[in-house]
Design a protein around this ligand. Structure first.
Ligand SMILES: [Mg+2]
Length: 223
């Protein structure tokens, strides 16, 4: 662990920041989904993270990384319907289990968290990489942190790599056909459109990366 690693309170703040960003991007995420689905993805993300924010605000000050993530997972699942609600909820719960022994989130813990999140997605559906799902953002993000040499030295660096890899992965879903879920019936009509879940996961990581990158500046201003 190093001084740059973050604790439970900061993880809560990151979730609250993600909730603000998802609210701002709601219409854009709905439009992505409307191209290949029912157009409610932005509503799901905004509502899900709003519920996460409310639940996290009621957690006691003395909490753990694991409890923040599992509270977020339960709140997200309770507040949303559809496949993506269950998948993201399970991912946060899996992330909570991954950091059960950790008091601070550094680059190593981020690797554990992303690895468990990937296993949760891969295990909860029939999707494999290349099937145009959230996994096409989660898988490269996990690889970027866990399989790169040299390993990222700081949390900021690890999150920047994960976010960049997830964004590239989400871009590549535009060239993929849907092989699972309702959109699989659309055949090649989905080409040219990104998978909304993959885009949201990349946005989530980018938001966390920006928050961590901006933390030093904010600390300097308040000192
Ligand atoms: Mg939808």
């Amino acid at each position: 662990m190093n001084s740059e690693a973050i604790g439970p309170q900061e993880l809560k703040e990151i979730f609250l920041h993600i909730a603000r960003v998802m609210r701002e991007r709601e219409a854009e995420l709905n439009a992505l989904d409307a191209a290949i689905g029912d157009g409610d993805h932005g509503i799901t993300m905004r509502g899900g993270f709003e519920a996460v924010g409310h639940q996290l605000e009621s957690l006691p000050a003395e909490t753990t990384l694991s409890e923040v993530l599992s509270t977020a997972g339960m709140a997200f699942m309770d507040a949303t319907g559809g496949a993506i609600g269950v998948i993201l909820g399970k991912m946060f719960l899996a992330g909570g289990r991954a950091v059960r022994e950790s008091s601070a989130l550094g680059p190593r813990e981020l690797g554990l968290l992303l690895g468990e999140m990937e296993r949760a997605v891969a295990g909860s559906g029939r999707a494999r990489p290349g099937d145009k799902t959230i996994l096409d953002a989660v898988h490269p993000a996990s690889r970027a942190v866990n399989n790169s040499v040299p390993a990222p030295a700081t949390l900021a660096e690890a999150l920047a790599r994960a976010a960049g890899a997830a964004e590239s992965g989400a871009e590549r879903t535009a060239e993929m056909l849907c092989r699972v879920g309702r959109a699989s019936r659309l055949g090649d009509r989905v080409l040219g459109h990104r998978d909304p879940g993959a885009v949201s996961f990349a946005l989530l990581l980018r938001t966390a990366a920006d928050w961590v990158a901006g933390r030093k500046e904010r600390q300097a201003q308040t000192d």
